[in-house]
Ligand binder design. Structure first.
Ligand SMILES: Nc1ncnc2c1ncn2[C@@H]1O[C@H](COP(=O)(O)OP(=O)(O)OP(=O)(O)O)[C@@H](O)[C@H]1O
Ligand SMILES: [Mg+2]
Length: 305
């Protein structure tokens, strides 16, 4: 059986951490000089992350010498099979994991050296979002907003507006979160991340598990966000149409390595011109990873000897 040795560091957990308290004191704008600096929103330089698992301490290289760059206002899509390293990369960017090697900068701020300032600039949404399940979406959002120094009345108004945009009516806002479907909870997680106007938004599979209508709501909202919130977005997805529609730039991760990178149009043209494949992202994915979209990366054999 595999043993997870690397604990996750502070998720946006429903608890007042010293950092959150500091944020509430300082307000979200402390790091804004960094944003105005004209530096890339995200710079990932030769980053590697290895997990050591199992009784035999077998290393799993989850992220292997990855170098990527996203300019302010861009949307980077990270594609890859299950186990490809997408979530690990997102966690490294969001300071939830420590790097083994390399460097990550958000608007020139180093994720390890300037962790507090970086945290004020980013927000991560993932399927495993932490909430107070007995409380309503409104209570959860107002609570989260208070950690960032946003007054409850302002937060509630914003929450209603964002959730309405995502297709959740105000009448649903005051029922316990545990009574909502997973898709609805995912929308609440997105709304919570947006309340604090993050400059770099990290969306780990934001539409996985949503019905087609909800998926469309979220995708349209992500498109709007970039123009209305001056947000830079990194998103992971298994949905090629979504990647095609939303992302300016794509990176395909296979066993932790970037095996292809470019705009959706560039990648499609490459497979069409060089290999005579149909110009679709499906063919791009198959060509560069050698797998179909629903293949998993093989897990290491269990240590039963
Ligand atoms: N905390 C951890 N401890 C040990 N191994 C881990 C840990 N997190 C991830 N891994 C391993 O790192 C590799 C990459 O996992 P990761 O979750 O980043 O993949 P992913 O691309 O997000 O996959 P999915 O599409 O299923 O979400 C996998 O082999 C996984 O088992
Ligand atoms: Mg993942």
């Amino acid at each position: 059986m595999s043993i997870i040795l690397e604990p996750r560091r502070t998720e946006l957990a429903p608890a007042v951490t010293p950092d959150a308290a500091r944020r509430a004191e300082c307000g979200p704008d402390d790091a804004s000089p960094a944003v105005a600096s004209g530096l890339p929103a995200l710079r990932i330089d030769h980053v590697t992350k290895t997990f050591v698992v199992g009784r035999h301490k077998r290393p799993v290289v989850a992220v292997d010498d990855v170098t990527l760059r996203v300019e302010r206002g861009g949307i980077l899509g990270i594609l890859g099979a299950n186990g490809g390293g997408k979530s690990t990369l997102i966690r490294l960017i969001s300071t939830l994991l420590t790097l083994d090697a390399g460097r990550i900068e958000i608007f020139g701020l180093d994720v390890e050296r300037d962790e507090m300032a970086v945290k004020r600039l980013i927000n991560r949404v993932s399927a495993d979002a932490a909430f107070f399940k007995k409380l309503s979406p409104a209570e959860n959002l107002v609570y989260a907003a208070r950690l960032y120094g946003i007054a409850p009345s302002v937060a509630r108004g914003e929450a209603v507006r964002i959730l309405a945009r995502l297709g959740i009516a105000e009448t649903r806002l005051d029922r316990p979160l545990e009574q909502m479907s997973r898709g609805m909870q995912q929308k609440v997680a997105i709304a919570r991340a947006l309340l604090t106007s993050p400059t770099l938004l990290l969306l780990d599979e934001p539409t996985t598990g949503l019905d087609p209508r909800s998926k469309l709501d979220v995708q349209t909202f992500i498109e709007e966000l970039r123009s209305t919130h001056d947000a830079t977005i990194v998103l992971t997805t298994h949905d090629m149409d979504e990647a095609d529609r939303l992302c300016d730039h794509l990176a395909i991760l296979d066993r932790g390595r970037v095996v292809a990178e470019g705009t959706p149009a560039e990648l499609k043209a490459r497979v069409a011109n060089e290999l005579g494949m149909p110009p679709t992202l499906q063919s791009v994915f198959m060509t560069f990873t050698g797998r179909s979209l629903d293949d998993d990366v093989e897990e290491a054999e269990p240590d039963d000897d």
